[in-house]
Design a protein around this ligand. Structure first.
Ligand code: NAP
Length: 284
């Protein structure tokens, strides 16, 4: 079974749109997401456009602030501080990656934790690992939703996550652990990776290498989640980290690229923006 992130995301966004349509009457306004884009990298422009479109669909106010590649780190941090202080702003997202002269860590730390819709702030990360209330990072949150929507039992299963980035691999592993899977995290130094991945009932791949995972690395009936977004070196088309055509007949469920994890990440961003808005409203 192919898990369509596009379809699931569309359903979630429709439900959110219904919820948000009641907000003006209940709270006097709708949630407001500010997205900052530095430079004009085509992939980043396309991600930011996708976020603006999803906001428009859901009924969330979206402001996209574009800054030139030459903006200094101080100027960018000052802009974030102004948005932190702006009571009309509920969520702040700075599109990554940033130019080399700007520290991503400083940018992430400067965003107020209560407006950190990406869930990247160190206090949100710490809260996640301590099982405290927090904003869950969008991609890992979307992955768990997809597995559940597809009816995949996570409890008691062996999950293998390839990749240990702060943005995907580590938080996905933590969320799977919280769902009571037994989790192995594999990485570039893992010895005999195929032997490890063949043990997986649930295999999450977040590497960033086109069609890296081949059919011999996957056990019959595994649930396979492909997070990778790559350009196929031959066709130039988007493809995942998983050899979809070869693995699909073996997997019990599998996500496509495009149309899998990507759309779920955006709908979880919408959900996080609404959560930040409601937390602020409730704390008044
Ligand atoms: P990253 O920070 O570059 O991390 C890549 C991970 O893959 C690292 O942990 C690395 O191991 C591991 N790795 C690299 N080569 C390997 C190998 N040969 N064998 C085993 N592990 C290997 O990347 P990321 O930010 O996590 O993103 C991963 C992919 O997901 C990218 O394609 C990215 O575009 C995509 N992504 C998609 C979404 C979405 O919404 N769909 C969101 C975020 C990211 P080491 O730690 O040992 O170096």
């Amino acid at each position: 079974m192919i898990i369509s992130g596009k379809e699931l995301s569309s359903k979630l966004k429709t439900d959110m749109r219904d919820e948000v349509s009641t907000f003006t009457e209940k709270y006097g306004r709708v949630p407001h997401l500010v997205v900052i884009l530095v430079g004009d990298d085509p992939a980043s422009v396309s991600y930011v456009t996708g976020k603006a479109k999803a906001s428009e669909f859901v009924g969330i106010r979206n402001t996209t602030i574009r800054k030139p590649e030459t903006i200094s780190e101080d100027e960018l941090l000052e802009l974030i501080r102004r948005l932190n202080a702006d009571d009309s702003v509920d969520g702040i997202l700075v599109q990554l990656p940033l130019p080399e002269h700007i520290s991503e860590a400083k940018v992430i730390e400067t965003i107020d934790k209560s407006k950190d819709v990406d869930g990247f702030h160190p206090l949100n990360v710490a809260a996640l690992w301590q099982k405290q209330p927090c904003t869950l990072p969008c991609t890992p949150k979307g992955i768990i939703k997809m597995l559940k929507a597809a009816g995949v039992e996570i409890k008691g299963k062996r999950a293998v996550v390839i990749g240990r980035s702060n943005i995907v691999g580590l938080p996905v592993a933590k969320l799977l652990l919280d769902e009571n899977a037994t989790v192995t995290i594999a990485h570039s130094r893992t010895a005999d990776l195929p032997a490890v991945t063949r043990e997986a009932d649930i295999l999450v791949v977040a590497i960033g290498k086109p069609r890296f995972v081949t059919a011999d690395m996957v056990s019959e009936g595994a649930a396979v989640i492909d997070v990778g977004v790559n350009r196929d070196p031959e066709t130039g088309k988007l493809c995942g980290d998983v050899d979809f055509a070869d693995i699909e007949p073996k997997a019990s469920v599998i996500t496509p690229v495009p149309g899998g994890v990507g759309p779920m990440t955006i709908s979880c961003l919408m959900e996080n923006t609404i959560e930040c808005f409601l937390r602020k409203t409730a704390s008044r």
